[in-house]
Design a protein around this ligand. Structure first.
Ligand SMILES: *[C@@H]1O[C@H](CO)[C@@H](O)[C@H](O)[C@H]1NC(C)=O
Ligand SMILES: *[C@@H]1O[C@H](CO)[C@@H](O)[C@H](O)[C@H]1NC(C)=O
Ligand SMILES: *[C@@H]1O[C@H](CO)[C@@H](O)[C@H](O)[C@H]1NC(C)=O
Ligand SMILES: *[C@@H]1O[C@H](CO)[C@@H](O)[C@H](O)[C@H]1NC(C)=O
Ligand SMILES: *[C@@H]1O[C@H](CO)[C@@H](O)[C@H](O)[C@H]1NC(C)=O
Ligand SMILES: *[C@@H]1O[C@H](CO)[C@@H](O)[C@H](O)[C@H]1NC(C)=O
Ligand SMILES: *[C@@H]1O[C@H](CO)[C@@H](O)[C@H](O)[C@H]1NC(C)=O
Ligand SMILES: *[C@@H]1O[C@H](CO)[C@@H](O)[C@H](O)[C@H]1NC(C)=O
Ligand SMILES: *[C@@H]1O[C@H](CO)[C@@H](O)[C@H](O)[C@H]1NC(C)=O
Length: 818
């Protein structure tokens, strides 16, 4: 009897604690949580308690967001064993487990964990991360993060513990009303080189991967700070949110879509920020071995170049599962070669082999030596490494990826020039003028010299009326520029400055060679681009081209300091940009807080001025053709500098971050007339600029942006908000505190004018600079050009898209020397 009284007392004390102080975040030994009671994490972010999902009357113990108006459950304990009434009680048991019992005191669910024998120190605590942990004497006994449901929160992992064999995966709910296991599972598959698989009723449905150091190949970068660990003890994927980032969660929807959702405090709803594409081509192995899927082709499947359908009759009846076979057999020992492809999702790495330390050259050699090696690729876009395939190449699709796959082919197949291809019709594009030869370079320089002389003469007669665009402090004395001497550097000096091109100094890998950071003896920091073998050209031609580019000087262009030619080495030396590229700041929440609105507005201005210079004020009309966030570099003071301009693709400049950015692609920036007709003009750059402005304001990528009801593009979304007079909703949450509404609205408006469907409706860069700098009324934008990713994918296979240009083509487009 006495015992009962004591228990009763404890119990009522607990109740009063729960009533008077709602912010209890722990359950100590002998305490209970009844239906109606809750735990709240210390910082109030998460709440735990009993709930009924949707229209269900069943009761579950779960964790949800405490400060969000839409009840969003992120974790459920008793998914398979709901309570039928409100009699449930949750408590810690003395052996170190958490247990849920029904009204008859029989266990419904248990954490099945065990702690030490003495249990006075046992507590269950709901952490600020949303993790429910069970701690015994200070050591972790159990945590809810080890048992994910359909939601991956920041800090949660999916993967495999190779020691215990324990797997963590996401499982979709059965329905809105039922959190028990539905038909979809999203998991890391540990076979070969690990990849992500989405399973539908235990059958692979879609595959993403392999991990390329930044993201999973064939998938947009869902997490902000994504991390993939793969070593002898464990394989897992996780992402982390920065402290001040918006509330986000990764979620496997009822219909099997893996998506990243952000809470929009303004609209009080979840918005889909990114989603992995699940379309017909995402169906695992739809085109069979050596087949390639292009969602915009009819039929979607074709064979890789040099392959033919294995069973033509079935193939023609749209049964592609048999795949393709080689037209000419491999010679094996007798000099097989490799065909390089990009713009694709890499094949299944289920039977692959990798080495983190090998160079691409060694990788090729190893693959060449072994007849059963079918392809090789660089493993990590930042640090190299080697990935080898030892099987039929399976599950390839056209996808906006710049990573290159080298496919083993008999030498006889490789005699014709190879255009990266996807098996579809290869439409010939109209190229206006592309200078790709040394003769071209020499010609350009000659024209340059003549033009400079002519312009000098003309300038002396020029009246003030000619000056349409504003001149500002960015324009340095032109005649001084013309005389600017390009330095030559010795190889030994550069080698010393880069620590002998050490890996530690490597900033990144561009398409045509690695970029290293160096420090000259006088303390100046430099970025050194070491051109790879494929980009070798003669000394005179090289000097010539470099000389032309060096004459383009403007505060908002990355400056070429000099070059080095010695033996086989060709190096380009650029000023070092301490803050790398813009994409690292605007799309990444930890970085985005470092760029407040005034800084961003300054960056928009800077890009506009740099582009205006290229279009009008340099002596050549230069079209950049590849303007994107990754090509905007930032110096110490966060001044924007355009890189990768006016250079041949064969040594395409200071590309420190271009590669990481390429993962998400360039297609989002391409104007319709360029995508459809291969036509480009200064107005194509204006289009890219408009996209960039919208991205800077919203912190979202145009490419990969997903809002199904808004045609899948950022442009479409911005247009809709503009029409509804809600443009400010576009603003990235991290910008809101510093945002100056009038400037933001103006920027969005200008961005929309720049992405007009018809080139003639877009302003010139000189108008853009003017519009940015004053408060005059702006013309209303018409409906802009927005096509969905699917539309754009159509052009993945044609040669009109810059990232797929053949090696000899040149980025610089010289419409006319003025
Ligand atoms: C709830 O009710 C169903 C059927 O009425 C029963 O099978 C199940 O065991 C009950 N669950 C609990 C936790 O009592
Ligand atoms: C509890 O036990 C009683 C009697 O055995 C039974 O009628 C009732 O359905 C049980 N309730 C639950 C929730 O299992
Ligand atoms: C705990 O163990 C029981 C019995 O082995 C099992 O039915 C139950 O699913 C386990 N619970 C958890 C959360 O693993
Ligand atoms: C919990 O309750 C048991 C039995 O009622 C008691 O023996 C034990 O001392 C209690 N533990 C704590 C930490 O209060
Ligand atoms: C594997 O990676 C994890 C996380 O980085 C690390 O804690 C662990 O020690 C690593 N194991 C080995 C064997 O390197
Ligand atoms: C939403 O906005 C309100 C008012 O601006 C603010 O108090 C609250 O903290 C915000 N909530 C979240 C989750 O950001
Ligand atoms: C990967 O390979 C393993 C072992 O060979 C096989 O069991 C599994 O089915 C393969 N998975 C896929 C998706 O092909
Ligand atoms: C790769 O290089 C690192 C550092 O140089 C070294 O520690 C590691 O053992 C190497 N791994 C292999 C597989 O050679
Ligand atoms: C080629 O590679 C496969 C798979 O790693 C291996 O089993 C085989 O022994 C290798 N053959 C030669 C000749 O090295």
């Amino acid at each position: 009897m006495a015992k009962f009284t004591i228990f009763f007392l404890c119990f009522s004390v607990l109740i009063s604690i729960l009533i008077t102080c709602s912010a209890v975040d722990t359950i100590a030994v002998n305490q209970t949580i009844k239906d109606g009671d809750t735990l709240v994490s210390a910082d109030q972010t998460f709440k735990m308690g009993f709930f009924s999902p949707g229209t269900s009357n069943h009761r579950y113990v779960g964790i949800w967001y405490n400060q969000i108006s839409v009840c969003t459950v992120v974790w459920v304990a008793n998914t398979e064993t709901p309570l039928n009434d409100t009699s449930g009680v949750l408590f810690t048991v003395s052996q170190g487990a958490l247990q849920l019992v029904n009204g008859n005191n029989s266990a419904i669910w248990s954490s099945n964990s065990s702690g030490s024998v003495t249990t006075s120190g046992l507590v269950a605590r709901l952490l600020d991360t949303g993790n429910l942990v069970l701690i015994d004497q200070g050591s972790l006994v159990w945590q809810s993060f080890d048992y994910p449901g359909d939601t991956l929160l920041s800090g949660m992992r999916i993967g495999v513990d190779l020691i215990s064999g324990k797997r963590r995966l996401l499982t979709s709910w059965k329905s809105e009303d039922d959190p028990s296991a539905g038909q979809y599972v999203f998991k890391v598959d540990p076979n070969g080189y690990p990849q992500l698989f989405e399973m539908q009723d235990l059958v692979p449905r879609s595959r993403f991967g392999p991990w390329n150091g930044v993201t999973f190949n064939g998938m947009p970068n869902l997490g902000y700070n994504s991390k993939f660990v793969f070593n002898e003890t464990e394989i897992y994927y996780e992402y982390e949110l920065a402290n001040n980032s918006p509330v986000s969660r990764m979620h496997l929807s009822l219909d099997g879509k893996i998506q990243l959702l952000n809470w929009n405090n303004r609209t009080q709803s979840w918005t889909i920020s990114l989603t992995a594409r699940i379309d017909n081509c995402a169906r695992y192995g739809i085109c069979g071995p050596y087949g390639i899927c292009n969602i915009n082709n009819a039929p979607a499947c074709s064979c890789l170049e040099g392959f033919e359908p294995r069973r033509p009759e079935q193939w023609n009846l749209a049964d592609w599962s048999g795949g393709c076979q080689r037209i000419k057999p491999l010679a094996c020992g007798n000099g097989d070669g490799f065909r390089t492809m990009s713009g694709i999702k890499f094949p299944d790495t289920n039977h692959s082999w990798y080495d983190l330390n090998m160079t691409l050259g060694e990788c090729e050699a190893v693959c060449k030596r072994n007849c059963s090696c079918t392809a090789y690729a660089s493993l990590d876009i930042r640090s190299g490494g080697c990935l080898l395939w030892f099987d039929d190449l399976m599950d390839i699709r056209v996808y906006d990826e710049s990573q290159e796959l080298h496919i083993r082919m008999p030498a006889s197949e490789l005699t014709s020039p190879t255009i990266p291809e996807s098996g579809s019709n290869k439409k010939k594009q109209t190229i206006i003028i592309v200078v790709s030869t040394s003769l071209g370079s020499a010609l350009v320089c000659l024209i340059l010299a003549l033009y400079a002389a002519w312009r000098k003469k003309k300038r002396s007669r020029k009246t003030r009326l000619d000056l349409v665009e504003p001149r500002d402090e960015n324009y340095t004395n032109e005649s001084r520029k013309e005389d600017a001497e390009l330095s030559t550097f010795s190889l030994s000096m550069i080698a010393k400055s880069t620590n002998n091109f050490s890996l530690n100094n490597k900033l990144g890998e561009g398409g045509f060679g690695p970029v290293y950071k160096g420090v000259l003896e006088d303390g100046r920091e430099i970025a050194v681009k070491r051109l790879s073998e494929t980009s070798r050209q003669g000394i005179d031609e090289f000097k010539n081209e470099v000389g032309c580019v060096a004459k383009l000087q403007h505060r908002n262009l990355v400056k070429l300091l000099g070059y080095c030619i010695q033996g086989d080495e060709r190096l380009l030396i650029y000023e070092y940009m301490a803050n790398k590229s813009l994409d690292l700041f605007i799309f990444d929440t930890s970085g985005s807080s470092m760029l407040d609105w005034p800084r961003r507005f300054r960056i928009i201005h800077g890009i506009a001025r740099g582009l205006l210079y290229l279009h009008q004020d340099s002596r050549l009309r230069i079209i950049h053709r590849d303007l994107k966030a990754g090509n905007i570099l930032l110096d110490k003071e966060m001044n924007a500098k355009i890189s990768d301009f006016g250079l041949a693709r064969r040594f395409s400049g200071y590309e420190t971050e271009a590669n990481t950015n390429r993962v998400v692609g360039t297609y989002g920036y391409i104007s319709p007339e360029y995508a459809v007709h291969g036509l480009f003009s200064v107005k194509s750059d204006v289009f890219s600029f408009g996209v960039l402005v919208l991205e800077i304001v919203s912190g979202k990528k145009n490419r990969g942006f997903s809002q199904e009801e808004h045609n899948n593009t950022l442009i479409g979304y911005a247009w809709r908000l503009h029409k509804e007079g809600k443009s400010l909703d576009l603003v990235s949450p991290s910008l809101r505190p510093s945002c100056i509404d009038s400037q933001v609205l103006r920027s969005i408006h200008i961005g929309l004018l720049c992405v007009q469907h018809h080139a003639e409706d877009r302003p010139t860069m000189s108008s853009v600079v003017l519009m940015l700098g004053n408060e005059n009324a702006l013309p209303p934008p018409k409906q802009p050009a927005f096509f969905t990713e699917e539309n754009l994918g159509k052009f993945d296979s044609t040669s009109s898209v810059p990232t797929l240009d053949s090696v000899d083509e040149v980025t610089i487009t010289l419409l006319n020397a003025r």
